[in-house]
Write a protein that binds this ligand. Structure first.
Ligand code: EPU
Length: 343
């Protein structure tokens, strides 16, 4: 079934809660609808979205916005101990995670509380608390808009990286529409608790269940991140920059000159490069809990920009984005790149 509406307000479909319009809104419930949908769109500009939890509409969208309502799921076994869940792209990720955790299936629980839908999670390679969704993806099924064919990719073929995949490469954007994602989960206990204070949040459990881990992750997130039901945001606005060791040493010199010789700059090695938390760079640049007009950086996680008054326009968010980037660059000569996609 296809639902098509002209001049549609996208406020319920962007977690920044911006009042923006698109020329046409199309929702479909089955992959079989897609050939007809793309035939009807013809040469019109289009953008496929999920829950709109990782994007900023910079104004009204002069084209068609597509949204999947493929919501079916099938469960099977690969015969090697893995439970395979083939999930429609429109399923809400956190509802799926809640079901899996309640049924004792391991693999997705660290991603609890991330807003968004299954299809977009496989494009964006969502991640949190030491797990990326790519770790549990077995297969991604798509509709190829150009060849008008259905095809499927293994996780290797998706070329997953930090918040990155083949689907985000310029030559493939708007080419593949994700229809189903198959996750491989296990009932064999496999908690991943090494990130941050997750183990500490579970210190009262000797052998935690996936549900215990999910609940701990939700508690940790609640302390740090704004709930998108209460405050408009798109989660992490910036990526954590990955810099050369030389640049890291410069950053370290600046930090030590301010905080003393024993100060340790938080960082993680990624091969021979160094990942520095954007939150730290922003805080050290005096931009934590910083308000500019209707936009602000979040008080306990400044790499999140929020719609502070509920009335922010795209320009309010963009003005704060520019100021944060500028202040961080002026102080540390490190460029921040946005994780949030501008549409
Ligand atoms: N930090 C500060 N000041 C702060 C907060 C944090 O200096 O006010 C520093 C601390 O050193 C802290 C470090 O930043 O140890 C890292 O902070 P945190 O563990 O909260 O995670 P993050 O690296 O900032 C990433 C993801 C989040 C994800 C968390 C937990 C990115 C861009 N963000 O944030 O993802 O929830 O790890 O795994 O990689 C999202 O993608 O929308 C998102 C929220």
């Amino acid at each position: 079934m296809v639902i098509s509406q002209p001049k549609f307000n996208l406020k319920p479909f962007n977690t920044f809660r911006m009042d923006v319009l698109c020329n046409r809104w199309i929702e479909y419930t089955s992959p079989d609808d897609l050939p007809g949908v793309f035939c009807a769109i013809s040469s019109e500009k289009f953008k496929h979205i999920g829950a709109g939890s990782n994007l900023l509409f910079v104004g009204d969208y002069d084209g068609v916005i597509l949204h999947s309502r493929i919501l079916d799921m099938t469960v099977s076994s690969d015969g090697k101990g893995w439970t395979l869940l083939r999930c429609g792209a429109g399923i809400t990720m956190d509802e799926l995670i809640s079901q899996c955790a309640s049924n004792g299936l391991w693999g997705l629980e660290n991603l609890s509380g991330i807003p968004g839908e299954v299809g977009a999670s496989a494009v964006q390679n969502i991640g949190a608390y030491g797990v990326e969704v790519a770790d549990v993806i077995r297969k991604v099924e798509c509709y190829d808009v150009i060849s008008n064919r259905f095809m499927s990719f293994t996780a290797d073929e998706c070329h997953y990286g930090y918040r990155d995949s083949m689907f985000k490469q310029p030559e493939f954007v708007n080419r593949y529409v994700v229809t189903y994602v198959t996750f491989a989960l296990t009932s064999k206990a496999s908690p991943k608790l090494d990130y941050g204070n997750l183990r500490e949040a579970l210190s009262d459990k000797t052998s935690p269940s996936p549900l215990d881990v999910r609940e701990a992750v939700m508690r940790v997130r609640e302390c740090k991140l704004p709930s998108v039901d209460k405050v408009g945001s798109a989660g992490s606005y910036f990526k954590n920059p990955v810099v050369s060791e030389d640049v890291f040493r410069q950053v370290e010199t600046i930090a030590k000159s301010e905080h003393g010789h024993d100060y340790r700059v938080p960082h993680y090695m990624v091969g021979n490069m160094v990942k520095i938390p954007a939150a730290w760079l922003i805080e050290q640049s005096g931009m934590k809990d910083f308000r500019l007009g209707n936009a602000a950086t979040w008080h306990s996680q400044p790499l999140v920009i929020v719609n502070a008054s509920g009335q922010a326009s795209p320009n309010d968010i963009l003005a704060l984005e520019d100021l944060v980037r500028e202040r961080v660059y002026d102080k540390f000569s490190v460029r921040l790149h946005t994780e949030v996609e501008h549409v």
